[in-house]
Design a protein around this ligand. Structure first.
Ligand code: ATP
Ligand code: MG
Length: 393
């Protein structure tokens, strides 16, 4: 409503962060770092005004700045303010200017709301709101204040400085990146795993990534696509390590030595084992997958139990477990991974996928099949040794 080019302060509201008691200090310094990182390329400063964070800015690319700040987890809402000194004359001048602009834009009724954090300012909120309402009515084209069905709400936040805004938006909320620890996300080129990664990063889990391919049966291009997905996620998750492992050897062994109906589950288990090894060696304390209950044959309850059985030492987060595909797609669009995910690619899994997978595997049967691969551990060790690491920054 207020023209973006007039905005010179963005107010940042915490959500859950405010509740975190003892940890609040740590969380705050974390989120400040994340914000600093986002604003470093703009003409902008981070200011603490009476315990509320503001980004003061003279940058012409306000839209870009807002969009970048939206990606900082832990920020719950933002208001887009015009900042003035906390003195009555300046406030009145500025609010009138804003009101005139709003009138020109077609607003015909308004309400003024004042929040006075700064008690050094003498007038109380109710009185001052009324006074400002009257001031606007007398000095502008507006003829009507409305307490309920107003066209625009003009809010004032009186602190060391005073902030006038008409627009407040929600952002993702969550917890500051890294505040929950570090994890390893199993990312494939599909729609799901990037969304799962986003959701866990939102809960404060800083992620590294791993993908499994079957080169030369899968292409270099497929890997580039996944690296591009990791690059999109960098907007939220910042710099990360991206591990790539060629699992062709174990896939071939599975293909040759075990019952075909178990191929997918056995491949999944090999992936989980390898991921766990990487995680342990790099102090990452959780795995993340894009599994969703019932979505495909390997994600039945029985399938998930069999996949899960080989992860002994850390939690596996499956944030999409209860989500419908439509919800996942919606989120993928929102976070910017969807278009990349739907580009065609070969999947290392689908290549050896059985025509009739067993959708109700038992752990006993899976262990029996797995035991048929005599040099299983050696094969995994070899795969692990040949892993490659890319830094995405
Ligand atoms: P996605 O859309 O993420 O590819 P999907 O619906 O295709 O998921 P599956 O192929 O069954 O589901 O994979 C389930 C999960 O296992 C993925 O979300 C991902 O976390 C992990 N995964 C599957 N294939 C790979 C792979 N080649 N490399 C790394 N992780 C994988
Ligand atoms: Mg997939």
């Amino acid at each position: 409503m207020i023209e973006l080019n007039k905005i010179n302060a963005i107010g940042l509201g915490y959500g859950e962060l405010a509740l975190k008691g003892k940890n609040r200090g740590v969380f705050e310094s974390n989120i400040k770092q994340r914000i600093m990182n986002k604003i470093k390329n703009y003409d902008a400063d981070l200011i603490n005004d009476m315990s509320k964070l503001y980004v003061y800015t003279n940058d012409t690319n306000i839209e870009g700045l807002i969009s970048d700040l939206k990606k900082v987890f832990g920020i719950n809402n933002m208001n887009f303010s015009v900042r003035v000194n906390t003195n009555e004359k300046e406030i009145k001048e500025k609010i009138l200017e804003i009101a005139n602009d709003l009138y020109l834009k077609g607003c015909r009724t308004f309400k003024v709301e004042v929040n006075r954090g700064n008690k050094k300012f003498e007038k109380n909120s109710m009185d001052f709101a009324k006074e400002l309402g009257a001031h606007i009515l007398i000095n502008s084209e507006f003829t009507k204040v409305s307490m309920k069905d107003y066209d625009v709400l003009i809010s004032l936040d009186i602190r060391e400085n005073t902030y006038i805004y008409t627009e407040k938006i929600s952002s993702y909320g969550g917890l500051p990146l890294g505040s929950a620890g570090n994890g390893l996300s199993l990312i494939s080129g599909g729609i799901d795993s990037p969304v799962a990664s986003f959701l866990m990063a939102k809960r404060g889990l800083k992620l590294d990534f791993v993908t499994f391919h079957s080169f030369p049966f899968t292409s270099e291009q497929a890997l580039i696509k996944i690296e591009e997905l990791v690059t999109i996620l960098k907007e939220y998750n910042l710099k990360s390590k991206f591990y790539t492992l060629n699992i062709l050897k174990i896939q071939q062994a599975i293909n040759q030595e075990t019952n075909k109906a178990y191929a997918t589950i056995l491949t999944r288990r090999a992936m989980m084992r390898l991921a766990q090894k990487i995680a342990k060696e790099n102090n990452l304390s959780a795995l993340v997958t894009g599994e969703s209950l019932g979505q495909v044959a390997s994600q039945t309850l029985e399938g998930l139990n069999c996949t899960n059985e080989c992860v002994k030492d850390m939690v596996v987060f499956r944030p999409l477990i209860g989500m419908d595909k439509i919800e996942i797609i919606e989120l993928a669009r929102e976070i910017g991974t969807y278009e990349k995910s739907i580009e065609p690619h070969e999947d290392s899994c689908s290549m050896f996928a059985p025509r009739h997978p067993n959708t109700k595997p038992t752990i006993e049967k899976v262990l029996e099949e797995e035991a048929k691969i005599e040099n299983y551990d050696e094969i995994l060790d070899e795969i692990y040794k040949e892993k490659k690491t890319i830094i995405v920054k």
